[in-house]
Design a protein around this ligand. Structure first.
Ligand code: GLA
Ligand code: ZN
Length: 672
């Protein structure tokens, strides 16, 4: 089994009864039932209570809790508690403590504080996971394992330094190979012995977190750090799997989280789960993009929204409340993009420490007569009615956007051509317009099969790893359409420049040669003519020559006036487009509306701005989600016969639906 299926969308979230007395726990059981909660994530930060010293484990409290939730018919997502080690362990074994980027060795405190390469941490964390699996394996209501919690950060301690050398030896075999990959002839860095290699941080190659003098070293350390944490996860995964092979295992991810290469991690998760905490000001398209990234990690399989706040966070600079209706709207947005669950952090608000002002279903008032409780209760009732209709449904996208962690790290370590180059922002410039067109988009990694797409967009494909260029060429050759942007095709997987002219391995496919790249300071812009209109050229301006491509846009000023900036190249039966600068939303809108038109990729439904439309499909039918994020009523014309699963209302083809602000519809239709 590789996902949870309890016959309906899961509804629940993190519950920390270890913080409460018996009476409160009993009241919680009443309240959770009232809110239609069916699953609780337990034991997320409980290690210190479970293990008092090297030998003594005490599961008596957790037993009580497990029995209580079981008697109350709750399903359990059982965490292994290894995201925060006990104080006694840190005191006895200081090697489990992390060393920060600036070289400071940490003391006990906080969480996510264990060195991923500490053998002692690994041994004790795996041991605990194993013991938990042994002890609770016969509870039929455990529907998933939750390993650790939000793996993240990095460590720069001596353990890590030693492990880094081993990791490098595996990767490069000989010190000469490593010298080549890191181009160590630069600034006299030649290494003769693996022991000479130190971690790249503020004590060595860095002068800011993203500013390094040796990109190759820093890039490998980012890979190594992600792998180190993955090893911790895998060790616990294997221990638990051996005991409960039928229970799916996950760990909660965090969307676009730079330190961990989730595309690599995803292979070792039975299903993807993630925590979504948009600020109230976040563009809904950005939240949508994060969901799509998470869905893409397992080639489109449904994921689990493991955490979101019912109302408010505590850790943003300004913690505004989710307005009435917004929690429900954003919950359905997750479902609309592929989630089979709506889960919260947390069930009851703590009374002490840094999360005491974080939202919860049960507030400090302790009763059900709150706005937040009522909204959660109503949503719970609605999900019960919805039943299993949408479960397991998939998104069918004709458009894919490439996202690659190595590329992310490399671009943002790059010294030049601009300090404002931000990979995620660039991806978003493209994603946003497609989102506005209400076209389904998959966000994919380089291993994804491209043949299912008509259009593949790879903005800022700075690093072309291995033979990825061949894969793209094959895709275009067979009739696919490819779009990429400035600063693409520049380096290989070691961040070494592909010489002979930019865009390196993509040069033939794109039919251009980029001779120079002009970095424009913030606020300064050039302009270009595209489709008989002038658009701004910002950030970077590629100066290029045609090698078979045709011109779609030309610069209007500066010494490269009248030279090409947007091009199209015919390649085999397909076409490859190059956008040699960053422009504005209007331009991307114009560019993609023409392209989508040409490729006959239609919107799921044409809807006004602020109304999001997605579609999921399973054997029961097609489900069109319409979400009115705007502040006013909106009308959407319908192109098919539908039944709204929320209201029961049926719609004829050619009719329209009116949605009040923050209202949603799930329209079911027969499979097309
Ligand atoms: C994360 C963690 C939770 C909690 C929430 C608060 O997602 O996993 O333990 O700290 O943030 O927003
Ligand atoms: Zn370490």
């Amino acid at each position: 089994m590789n996902n949870i299926n309890i016959g309906k969308l899961l509804y629940g979230g993190d519950y920390n009864p270890e913080q409460w007395d018996e009476e409160t726990r009993q009241e919680d059981m009443r309240l959770l039932k009232l809110a239609h909660i069916d699953i609780v994530t337990l034991n997320v930060f409980n290690w210190a209570a479970l293990q008092k010293d090297d030998e003594v484990y005490d599961f008596s409290e957790l037993d009580k809790i497990m029995n209580m939730v079981t008697e109350n018919d709750l399903k359990v997502c059982l965490a292994t508690s290894t995201a925060a080690h006990p104080a006694w362990m840190a005191r006895k074994y200081p090697e489990i403590l992390r060393t920060e980027f600036n070289g400071i060795k940490r003391k006990f405190g906080g969480r996510h504080n264990s060195c991923p390469n500490s053998k002692i941490y690994r041994r004790y964390s795996v041991h605990l996971a194993e013991k938990l699996a042994q002890r609770y394996k016969n509870y039929n209501n455990i529907v998933a394992w939750h390993i650790s919690n939000e793996y993240g950060g990095a460590c720069y301690c001596e353990n890590c330094e030693k492990a880094f050398r081993l990791w490098l030896k595996e990767r490069y075999r000989t010190i000469n190979q490593l010298n080549k990959a890191w181009n160590t002839a630069f600034w006299g860095h030649t290494f003769y012995d693996w022991e000479e290699i130190v971690v790249p941080n503020m004590q060595s190659e860095h002068f800011e977190s993203d500013r390094t003098m040796f990109q190759g070293i820093s890039l490998d350390y980012a890979r190594f750090n992600s792998d180190s944490m993955l090893e911790c996860y895998k060790a616990e995964y294997n221990a638990v799997k051996a005991i409960t092979p039928d229970i799916p295992i996950t760990t909660n991810l965090m969307g676009f989280y730079k330190p961990l290469d989730y595309q690599k991690w995803a292979k070792y998760l039975d299903f993807i789960s993630w925590d979504s905490y948009p600020s109230v000001a976040e563009d809904i398209a950005e939240t949508a993009m994060k969901h799509d990234l998470m869905r893409g990690l397992k080639s489109g399989l449904p994921f689990i929204l493991m955490e979101q706040t019912p109302s408010v966070t505590n850790w943003q600079p300004y913690n505004s409340l989710k307005r009435p209706g917004v929690m429900r709207l954003w919950s359905y947005q997750a479902v609309a993009h592929g989630s089979d669950a709506i889960m919260f952090f947390q069930m009851r608000r703590s009374i002490g420490a840094c999360e005491k002002y974080h939202g919860a279903i049960i507030d400090h008032s302790g009763h059900e007569n709150t706005r937040v409780f009522r909204e959660c209760q109503e949503l719970g009732a609605e999900l019960e009615k919805l039943g299993n209709e949408t479960l397991g449904s998939l998104t069918i996208a004709k458009v894919a956007i490439l996202f690659d962690w190595d590329n992310w790290w490399a671009i943002e370590y790059s010294a030049g051509p601009s300090c404002e180059l931000k990979y995620q922002d660039e991806i978003f410039n493209y994603y946003k317009v497609l989102h506005q067109f209400n076209v389904s988009v998959d966000i994919i990694g380089i291993e994804e099969d491209l043949s299912k797409y008509s259009l593949v967009i790879a903005p800022l494909l700075y690093m072309v790893k291995g033979e990825y260029d061949k894969k793209l060429k094959e895709f275009v050759d067979k009739g696919g359409t490819f779009v990429t942007s400035f600063f693409s095709g520049i380096v290989d997987e070691h961040d070494l420049v592909t010489v002979g002219g930019y865009p390196g391995k993509l040069r033939k496919l794109l039919g251009i040669w980029v001779e120079e790249i002009d970095g424009l300071p913030s606020g300064k812009e050039n302009h270009f003519i595209y489709n008989m209109k002038s658009y701004p050229a910002r950030l970077l301006c590629d100066i290029m020559h045609l090698e078979g491509a045709e011109i779609l846009g030309i610069y209007q000023t500066d010494f490269y006036k009248d030279t090409p900036v947007v091009t199209k190249n015919k390649y085999g039966s397909g076409e490859a487009y190059y956008i040699g600068t960053r422009s504005n939303e209007e331009f991307y809108n114009c560019f993609f509306s023409k392209l989508l038109n040409k490729l006959e990729i239609d919107p799921i439904l044409v809807a006004p701005k602020g109304v999001e439309v997605t579609r999921r499909i399973n054997e029961k039918g097609e489900f069109t989600f319409i979400l009115n994020h705007s502040e006013k009523d909106q009308k959407v014309a319908l192109n098919n016969e539908y039944k709204n699963l929320i209201t029961g209302v049926e719609y004829l083809k050619g009719s329209s639906i009116i949605l009040h602000t923050k209202e949603i519809a799930i329209l079911k239709s027969a499979r097309g």
